[in-house]
Structures are given as structure tokens and as C-alpha cells.
Design a binder for this molecule. Structure first.
Ligand code: ZN
Ligand code: ZN
Length: 339
């Protein structure tokens, strides 16, 4: 039997282990992907630290997968070997729960998550349900495509469904893995884009990414500054700091919407009066399905949006993960899986 490399987490809190195992075979409705690259996401810590209820170990993490269809199982009509594909957080839906019956697959009660419900992309090969596949355009390399399949879709899909229209004031809070993509998407969608980050060093970067305004939350009050600019139609919060999120809510304009895509462990604090007097709202946004991923990739080609990545080989996954968790990476960390 041919062997492959995989990087698994043996138990909650356990170390990453580089192992060899047999190359798996796709069952009915599944395809096998030969992985070319896999981005490392902050959510991979759910696997590493055991924070996902019911997760079965050992588990191979990774839900920013880009590769090539390598083998196709029975009853898969729409994909063939050799196609370039990607898989993100959405890893398949059940088709029979109430959300699925209403056509909302990302809120499926039995949602499969790539790298959590089954082994993900920290490996040479992986098996996925065909419904989880997104087509990767020729113009994108595998390492370009990887981060767009979680950090990219999350910000792109939240913004395009936000209700903001061309010319509206849209603020992105946080200029990290998600935020540096959010700024690019917002600018390319035609919004008057504001980037909010801590410290002055990101000012010139965000202007290069397309932001019209930069607010340094260390020296300025972001809510006051947004209000001076007319109040935001949408604020996309990509940070994992509840205080930073709470601090911007006052910068929403009439009918403004604070969209949460980062996940702080602490609760948010907002003024009820601020919400009700100007019909402001706070909502969350859960990435999207495989066709949303495909749209994200296609738009990124169309508009020239790219993630800035630090690349590591698969066998240095542990080091790459630590780099991502340190918050110092500029801005995503991607495993390139040659051979
Ligand atoms: Zn992710
Ligand atoms: Zn379902």
C-alpha cells in the first residue's frame, strides 16, 4: 500500500505528530484530494487544544486546503481527476435537517467541518465529500488559494451580504489574517474603507491595501473618528478582543451593522440605547458554503485580492502553528505540501 505523510494531533492538548499512514480510498459521494497547500487558521487551535465538543482523536487539522482531485468515489458526477479544488471550514451538510430543508447549508444542524469532523489538510492526501469542493481558478497558486478558503471567504461573504452599497462607509477592525483581506475586499467592492488597528505601523500598509482612512485605536477613539466620518454603515470586527469590538460599536451610523467574524472568549458590552435610537444592529457571520468559497476565489482573481503569506513545509507544521498563534505572522501561515 502506498503511504503518505500526515500531521495529527493525538489527543486534546497533545503535540503535533508527523506520521506515515496508508493513502485512503474515497467512498461513495467522496473524492480524494492530493493536497498542494493548507493554510493554518486560528480555529485549528480547537483541534489542538480540544475545545470542540465530541471531537474524535487522533485528528489531522486543516480547513484551508488547496489541491487536485486525485481519485473520485462512486456517485460523484460533477468532479473528475485533475481538477484544481479547495476546501474550507464548510465540509458538507446533511440535506435533511430544518436548516438544510430551508436551503441554509452553512447552518446545518449536522454540519461537517473539514479538519474537525474528518481529517483535514495537514497531509499529502485527504478524503472529502464532493459537496465540500470549490473550483480553484488557474490564476491562483495553491498557497494563494488556501487562506482565501477561510480567512478570505469569511470576510468576503460577510461584506457582500452586509447590505452595504458602493460608496458606503465600511470599517474593518483589526488588520491581521482576516482583516488584511477584509480591507482589500471592502475597497474592491467600492466601499469607503476604514481600517482600524492598534499602533501606527499599519497605516501605510492599509492604504496600500485600499483603505481610504486609518484609525490608530491606541491614540484615537475609533467610535468618535467613525462618527466624524459620518458613521459606519458596516463595521466588520475581525479581532478576538471583546473590548476592541465593544469600543467601535458607537461608531455605527443610522441602520449601521456591526458584523462579528472574530471570536473573543469574553462577552461584548454595548449600549442598548445606542442600538435602538438609530436602528443599529450586531450580527455574526459564519463563513459560507463551497459555492461561496468558489465565488471568493473568482472575485479575488477578478479584483486582484491576495493574502500575504508566510510559507512553511508540511513537516514544520508545529513551528508554523506556533508562528500563527504568536500573532506575529504577516499575515497568514500556509503549509506547502510538495511531494
Ligand atoms: Zn478558519
Ligand atoms: Zn442539515
Amino acid at each position: 500500500m502506498a503511504k503518505m505523510r500526515a500531521v495529527q494531533v493525538p489527543r486534546p492538548g497533545g503535540p503535533f505528530e508527523l506520521i506515515e499512514r496508508e493513502i485512503p480510498q474515497p467512498g461513495p459521494g467522496q473524492v480524494r484530494i492530493k493536497v498542494d497547500a493548507c493554510g493554518i487558521c486560528h480555529s485549528d487551535s480547537l483541534v489542538k487544544e480540544g475545545h470542540w465538543p465530541g471531537l474524535q482523536y487522533p485528528r489531522v487539522p486543516g480547513h484551508e486546503v488547496a489541491g487536485v482531485v486525485d481519485a473520485v468515489g462512486a456517485n460523484v458526477a460533477e468532479w473528475t481527476a485533475g481538477q484544481r479544488v479547495g476546501v474550507g471550514w464548510y465540509g458538507g451538510h446533511c440535506g435533511h435537517c430544518e436548516s438544510c430543508r430551508r436551503g441554509s447549508f452553512i447552518t446545518c444542524a449536522n454540519l461537517l467541518v473539514c479538519g474537525i469532523s474528518y481529517d483535514g489538510g495537514y497531509a499529502d492526501y485527504m478524503i472529502v465529500p464532493a459537496q465540500a469542493l470549490a473550483l480553484v481558478p488557474e490564476e491562483l497558486s495553491a498557497t494563494d488559494a488556501g487562506p482565501l478558503l477561510c480567512a478570505g471567504i469569511t470576510t468576503y461573504n460577510a461584506l457582500r451580504n452586509s447590505g452595504a452599497r458602493a460608496g458606503d462607509l465600511v470599517a474593518i477592525v483589526g488588520v491581521g489574517g482576516l482583516g488584511h483581506l477584509g480591507v482589500q475586499f471592502a475597497a474592491k467592492m467600492g466601499f469607503r474603507t476604514v481600517a482600524i488597528a492598534r499602533g501606527p505601523d499599519k497605516g501605510s500598509l492599509v492604504h496600500n491595501l485600499g483603505a481610504r482612512h486609518f484609525i490608530d485605536s491606541q491614540t484615537q477613539n475609533p467610535a468618535d473618528e467613525l462618527t466624524k466620518l459620518g458613521g459606519a454603515r458596516v463595521i466588520l470586527a475581525t479581532v478576538t478582543d471583546a473590548k476592541a469590538m465593544s469600543a467601535v460599536a458607537g461608531g455605527l451610523g443610522v441602520d449601521g451593522k456591526l458584523i462579528i467574524v472574530g471570536a473573543p472568549s469574553e462577552p461584548l458590552e454595548v449600549s442598548a440605547l445606542q442600538l435602538l435610537t438609530s436602528r443599529r444592529s450586531i450580527v455574526g457571520w459564519p463563513s459560507g458554503t463551497s459555492i461561496d468559497s468558489q465565488d471568493t476565489l473568482a472575485f479575488s482573481v477578478l479584483a486582484g485580492v491576495r493574502s500575504m503569506n508566510e510559507i512553511y513545509p508540511l513537516e514544520r507544521a508545529a513551528e508554523a502553528y506556533e508562528r500563527m498563534m504568536s500573532g506575529k505572522a504577516r499575515f497568514r501561515v500556509v503549509l506547502a505540501t510538495a511531494g
